[in-house]
Write a protein that binds this ligand. Structure first.
Ligand SMILES: [Zn+2]
Length: 356
C-alpha cells in the first residue's frame, strides 16, 4: 500500500514536470520533414526555431530521381509533419511513406494552385494522334508564334482535359522525370509559392496549436517579401524585348515561370534529368533551337551541362549561365534561398539576353 502511494506520487510529479515542459518555452520542437530544398527553405521561414527540420533532397539535388536511404524512412517515422510538393514531383515519395509506416500528416503544398500541363510532348507528332482537344495554356504568352502555326494546328488555345491520357505511350525512354500530364514545378511562380507558404502555416497550426500565432506571423512577414520578389522578377523580365523572350533550358521545369512572367522556355524533347542524349537527340535539338529562334540557352543546376554546352557550340547560341530549377544552390551560392533562386533566374535570363 505504502509503496503504491509512493509510486503514484512519483508518477504524478513526473507528469507535472512533463506537462509544464510541454506548455512552456522548452517544448519539444515540431518534427518537420521537407521533401526537397526549396520546400525546406519555406518551412524554415514559417517554422523558425519552433520546428526541427530535416530536408531529404538537398541543394543541387534532383528530387525526380532521388533514391531514398534507409535513414530517410527512420526520419519519416518520427516526423509530425511531412511537407511535399505533390503532383508527382517526388517520384520516390510513396515508396518511402509506405516503408516508414509514418503516422505524420503528408501535406501536399501545391494543393490550391492552378496547375498547368507539362509541355513535354509538345510538337511530338506521335503524341498528337492520341491528344484530342489537347492545347497548351499560353495565356500571357508574349511570343507571337509567327511561322509556328503548323505545330499548333488543331490545338485550341483554351482550357482542356486530358482524361485517360497515358504519358507512358510517348516513348520517353529513360525518362527519370515522369510527371504525367500536370507540370509539377508549380513553385516556379512566386504567386504559387505564396499558396505553398499558406499551406505550410495551416499544417503547422494543425499540428502545433500553441505555436500557431508565431507561424501565422512568420508566414505573413515572409509573404510580404515574396510579393516584393514577385514584383522584382516581373520587372526583370519586362526589360527584355518581347520578340527576344524565347530561351532553351535542359529540362522542362519552367512552365509556371513562363506563364507568370511572360517568357517562353523550350526544353529538349524526351531528354530527362537522367538520360544520356543520343546523336539524334542532339541533332533534333539543334534543329529545334534554330526553328524557335531562341535568344539564349541555359544549363541547370540539377542536370548535366554537357548537352546544353554542345547545343550552344553547334548553334552558336550563347550559354547564358545556370538556372536553378528544382533545387537551391548551396547556402553560399547564388540561389541559397527560394527568393534568391527566383531573383537569380530572372536576372540571369535578362542578363544573357539584354545585358545586366
Ligand atoms: Zn523537374
Amino acid at each position: 500500500m505504502f509503496k503504491a502511494i509512493t509510486l503514484a506520487a512519483t508518477l504524478s510529479t513526473a507528469m507535472t514536470v512533463l506537462g509544464l515542459a510541454a506548455g512552456g518555452a522548452a517544448a519539444e520542437p515540431l518534427k518537420v520533414v521537407a521533401s526537397f530544398s526549396i520546400i525546406g527553405d519555406m518551412a524554415g521561414e514559417v517554422g523558425g526555431d519552433r520546428i526541427e527540420l530535416t530536408t531529404l533532397v538537398g541543394p543541387n539535388g534532383d528530387a525526380h530521381v532521388y533514391e531514398p536511404r534507409p535513414a530517410d524512412a527512420a526520419t519519416l517515422a518520427k516526423a509530425d509533419v511531412v511537407l511535399v510538393n505533390g503532383l508527382h514531383f517526388e517520384g520516390f515519395l510513396q515508396r518511402l511513406v509506405d516503408a516508414s509506416s509514418t503516422k505524420a500528416t503528408i501535406v501536399e503544398l501545391a494543393r490550391g494552385v492552378e496547375t498547368i500541363d507539362s509541355h513535354e510532348d509538345e510538337e511530338d507528332a506521335d503524341a498528337h494522334a492520341g491528344h484530342e482537344g489537347h492545347s497548351h495554356d499560353h495565356e500571357g504568352h508574349s511570343h507571337d508564334h509567327a511561322g509556328d502555326e503548323d505545330a499548333h494546328d488543331g490545338h485550341a488555345h483554351e482550357s482542356h482535359a486530358h482524361e485517360g491520357h497515358a504519358h507512358e505511350e510517348h516513348g520517353h525512354q529513360g525518362h527519370g522525370h515522369h510527371h504525367g500530364d500536370v507540370d509539377p514545378h508549380a513553385f516556379q511562380s512566386i504567386a504559387n509559392a505564396r499558396v505553398y507558404v499558406k499551406n505550410i502555416a495551416d499544417a503547422f497550426c494543425a499540428a502545433d496549436a500553441a505555436g500557431c500565432d508565431t507561424y501565422r506571423a512568420n508566414a505573413a512577414a515572409y509573404d510580404t517579401r515574396l510579393a516584393e520578389a514577385d514584383t522584382q522578377v516581373k520587372a526583370e523580365i519586362a526589360a527584355i524585348p518581347e520578340d527576344r523572350r524565347i530561351i532553351i533550358t535542359s529540362h522542362d521545369a519552367f512552365g509556371y515561370f513562363e506563364k507568370a512572367y511572360g517568357i517562353t522556355f523550350v526544353a529538349p524533347k524526351g531528354i530527362s534529368t537522367e538520360a544520356e542524349a543520343s546523336a539524334a537527340d542532339v541533332a533534333r535539338l539543334v534543329e529545334q533551337v534554330r526553328e524557335e529562334k531562341a535568344s539564349a540557352i541555359f544549363v541547370e543546376n540539377i542536370t548535366n551541362p554537357r548537352l546544353v554546352e554542345q547545343i550552344g557550340r553547334e548553334t552558336g547560341l550563347k550559354v547564358g549561365g545556370t538556372l536553378y530549377s528544382d533545387a537551391l544552390s548551396d547556402a553560399d551560392g547564388p540561389a541559397g534561398t527560394y527568393i534568391d533562386l527566383m531573383l537569380h533566374n530572372a536576372r540571369t535570363i535578362k542578363g544573357a539576353i539584354v545585358g545586366s
